[in-house]
Design a protein around this ligand. Structure first.
Ligand code: AHR
Length: 612
């Protein structure tokens, strides 16, 4: 190998290594967003999810979730508890996000809206305690009247409670209404009131991401347009942020909203890269879309978002930002239209967004989505459309592939057009056996990142996905950071990101590799070479009979029932065109179809690992 240190090759993109945050795996509510009470404003369809109301003794109690006369029309529900007969008292319990953890000596802030319509229940007692009745902290809320009022109390925990609950005790007969019951650690990231969980935020900050892509991912799309992410629902007082179901099957409070995202980006020196709904719900889940004649409202959302981030205080949305506490603009430079969308329906919508944004904000870089797989028609069509129309500054590619795919594709971008749009690898991760975070996957990603660096005249930005996963609340593995209610820790894949980012060079130095041997293993029975794509029909032409001629299969395009690629590992035997998985799983990989193997399509890359 010779390296020419006197010649500067291409410059390495200074913003190559970023992060992507999505509320998946309880990443926001129950995760990065430090709120400890779940369903704090009783808006979940089961209004009492995560709540329990019971008599301690022979008390007589009735309760209901009401929706008339609440504190906010955006969050219309609240809890009514009517104690008809008092004995030992009534308990109103919230179980948090799989329990509530508080630490001895640390301070917490309880805030709630309360009223007692018949003016009887003027005092309640709140404790954080475990199942055995061990109390970590206790506060009294006094002076409750018949009008809604917000009560806020800060207290220090006397004991650590690792799997606790918030218990509100009522010891009198009467009616009590409660809404927006919230419990936060005092210590949050930058000690903000509606803040982020310190340990998770710190791990993200320590990555020093050059940019932060947010808030998703599929949650931007929603399963239907009714549950699509709309940024205007996520700013202002938390009582004005409606709760909706997110695409990953749980409810989001939007307590972590666009103001908080921008603020966090500023804190950690990351360029904000917001993703906005393009008027289409999740295509992979057959979501619906907005008619073109109603799209203006969504385009306006995008324009208003740019004004919210960059407008001065005399603009409508710049004023809103200033009122929220940030008169200085956030200096937004990028906006992504859609997440994983494709085809003509997307192109027509995207183009309308693009034209409107460029007309008003020509300097904003608009990011176009290439869809959810690194090869095939969706990607090719997207690139063709973008290159022909010249209406994309950056193209967002996503891929979750086998480790070997990463190892075999380190040169993926060497053939990309240097004069076309730049690439943003907005989501990627190497998926190995069991989709675990481990050194093997981390090394495959590391090798691939070298390929991105070498081609970073084309690849501007890249972010691993997803970022966070909560124990027992995970929909998607692997991720960079794991956490539960007590702790957060980083994976080997996280350290790859960190090491690469911290040691990023400025230029690539030209390298020449001279070798005398030729790699014969690429030649498989004269039919396909290493890495050559073959069709299913051609695949059946393989006459492979004994152990000697086993092949390593590296297959792509097996569709699972979600329309995604699923990756498994195993030794594959091919006999007279029939292939079957053997128990010997060493060094061989394949991509699998649905769980019972009855339904799949196949396109394989094959290479020989043994035999002549
Ligand atoms: O990162 C997990 C999901 O993968 C994202 O929400 C989506 O964009 C992709 O399909």
């Amino acid at each position: 190998i010779s390296i020419d240190v006197n010649k500067k090759g291409i410059a390495i993109s200074p913003m190559l290594y970023g992060a992507f945050f999505e509320d998946i795996n309880s990443g926001a509510d129950g995760g990065l967003y430090a709120e400890l009470v779940q369903n704090r404003s009783f808006e979940f369809p089961d209004g009492l999810q995560s709540w329990d109301i019971s008599a301690i003794g022979n008390d007589k109690v009735e309760f209901s979730v009401e929706d008339k006369g609440s504190i906010s029309s955006k969050n219309p529900h609240y809890l009514r508890v009517q104690v008809n007969k008092i004995d030992k008292g009534v308990k109103i319990v919230n179980y948090g996000y799989n329990g509530i953890t508080i630490k001895s000596g640390e301070s917490y802030r309880l805030s709630l809206y309360a009223r007692t319509p018949n003016n009887k229940i003027n005092t309640i007692i709140a404790t954080i305690e475990d199942d055995n009745g061990k109390i970590g902290a206790k506060v009294e809320v006094k002076g409750i009247t018949n009008a809604w009022k917000q009560y806020e109390l800060t207290f220090k925990a006397a004991n650590t409670i690792s799997d606790g609950q918030l218990v509100i005790k009522v010891a009198k007969e009467g009616i009590l209404d409660l809404d927006m019951v919230s419990l936060f650690p005092q210590k949050t990231w930058k000690n903000r009131k509606n803040g982020l969980r310190y340990d998770i935020a710190k791990l993200i900050a320590d990555l020093k991401p050059a940019f932060l892509r947010f808030p998703g991912g599929c949650i931007v799309e929603g399963r239907t347009m009714a549950t699509a992410y709309r940024w205007k629902n996520t700013i202002g007082d938390i009582s004005e942020r409606p709760t909706i179901e997110n695409l990953w099957g749980y409810y989001q409070s939007f307590g972590l909203g666009f103001y908080e995202y921008f603020q966090f980006c500023e804190d950690i020196g990351a360029e904000p890269v917001p993703v906005i709904n393009c008027g289409m719900a999740c295509q992979a889940r057959n979501g619906d879309m907005i008619d073109l004649n109603r799209l203006d409202e969504y385009i306006q959302d995008a324009l208003d978002l740019i004004e919210f981030a960059n407008g001065d205080v005399n603009t409508k949305w710049g004023f809103v930002r200033a009122k929220l506490g940030h008169p200085k603009p956030f200096n937004l430079k990028f906006i992504a239209i859609g997440n994983e969308q494709w085809g003509t329906d997307y192109y027509i919508r995207y183009e309308k967004f693009y034209d409107a944004i460029k007309k008003k904000y020509p300097n904003i870089k608009v990011i176009f989505a290439a869809g959810p797989a690194p090869s095939g028609k969706i990607f090719d069509d997207a690139w063709t459309w973008a290159k022909t129309t010249k209406k994309a500054d950056i193209i967002d590619e996503h891929y979750y592939m086998a480790l070997e795919w990463f190892l075999m594709n380190t040169d993926r971008y060497s053939t990309y057009d240097r004069k076309g749009p730049k690439v943003f690898v907005g989501e990627y991760a190497a998926h190995g056996l069991g989709r675990r975070n481990n050194l093997e996957a981390a090394l495959a990603e590391a090798a691939y990142l070298l390929g991105l660096e070498k081609n970073s005249d084309v690849v501007l930005m890249a972010s691993y996905a997803p970022l966070l996963a909560k124990q027992y609340a995970t929909q998607w593995e692997p991720t960079l950071i794991k956490f539960n209610n007590e702790m957060a820790y980083a994976t080997p894949n996280y350290y790859v990101q960190k090491i690469f980012n911290e040691n990023k060079g400025k230029y690539i130095l030209p390298i020449t590799l001279k070798t005398t041997s030729s790699n014969k293993s690429a030649d498989i029975t004269g039919m396909v070479g290493l890495g050559t794509w073959i069709t299913e029909a051609e695949f059946k032409d393989f006459k492979v009979i004994d152990n000697k001629t086993r092949r390593t299969l590296f297959a792509d395009n097996f569709k699972d029932s979600y329309g995604k690629w699923q990756i498994v590992r195993g030794m594959w035997n091919i006999e007279n065109g029939i292939f079957s998985q053997t128990s010997n799983a060493e060094n061989c990989y394949a991509v699998a179809g649905d769980s019972n193997w009855s339904n799949y399509t196949i396109q394989v890359k094959a290479r020989k690992v043994s035999g002549n």
